[in-house]
Write a protein that binds this ligand. Structure first.
Ligand code: FES
Length: 248
């Protein structure tokens, strides 16, 4: 198929970017979206042009690196799918495809389609861990009962890959779905309850320091999250934060 690609090009975060047009012929429907970009880059290199910079690592929907805004939707048109797992069969011959980076003040563009998401790392560092005393005998994990409901909820929250689609899709650039998923995966389990108050306070504080907006419950984050993380996590985070503040 032949595609009309409109791709955001930006040298670095000190310069202005713009949409550049590319006509790409010979795209096969079995190519993944990233393979299509590889194909474009090979063509650009052969013609002496500058390849398009884009982020990727696992290409298996696990690492969350492949953060692209495709035709105005984080990760493109297929629900519950990362850009790397999106295939060109979802598009038609002659289609025009806009490809942009995830946009947020807290995600500055590094180059072209690559953004700096280290703000997410700092939110995680603020509390997404458990402290375990490993001296002496450790308790047998089987001796700590966890309900099936809590285990399932914690697991679902833990499937967040930290790609930033929630931020990119939100009109407020809110990172509350990401932060809430990370808080939930610990607070639901006995091992995470020890530090739950401090975790909620520290992670929300860091989220605000990074310049992310607040949630106004439009639900775009849940709709565009490639792992379909539920917005219920945000309600849980708000309860955790409220309780931590009352107890403080
Ligand atoms: S490249 Fe890892 S999730 Fe897409």
């Amino acid at each position: 198929m032949k595609l009309n690609l409109k791709i955001w090009r930006q040298k670095n975060n000190k310069t202005k970017g713009k949409i550049q047009d590319y006509i790409l012929d010979g795209v096969e429907e079995d190519m993944s979206f990233l393979e299509m970009l590889d194909f474009l880059n090979n063509k650009l290199l052969n013609e002496g042009g500058e390849p398009v910079a884009f982020d990727h690592d696992c290409r298996e929907g696990i690492c969350g690196s492949c953060s692209l805004f495709i035709n105005g939707v984080a990760h493109g048109p297929e629900r519950g799918t990362t850009t790397c797992q999106l295939h060109m069969r979802k598009f038609k011959d002659g289609d025009t495809i806009f490809i942009e980076p995830f946009r947020s003040r807290a995600f500055p563009v590094i180059k072209d389609l690559i953004v700096d998401r280290s703000s997410f790392d700092r939110i995680q560092q603020a509390g997404a861990y458990v402290s375990v005393n490993t001296s002496g005998n450790t308790q047998d994990a089987n001796a700590i009962p966890v309900s099936k409901e809590d285990a399932d909820e914690a697991f679902n929250s833990a499937t967040c890959i930290g790609c930033g689609a929630c931020v990119a899709s939100c009109k407020n650039s809110s990172a509350m779905l990401f932060t809430a998923a990370k808080i939930s995966q610990y607070s639901l389990l006995p091992q995470g309850k020890v530090e739950r108050k401090q975790r909620a306070l520290n992670m929300v504080k860091q989220m605000d320091l990074e310049g992310f907006g607040a949630c106004t419950n439009t639900g775009a984050c849940e709709a565009q999250c490639p792992k379909e993380i539920s917005i219920k996590n945000i309600a849980r985070m708000n309860r955790e934060y409220l309780m931590a503040n009352i107890k403080k």
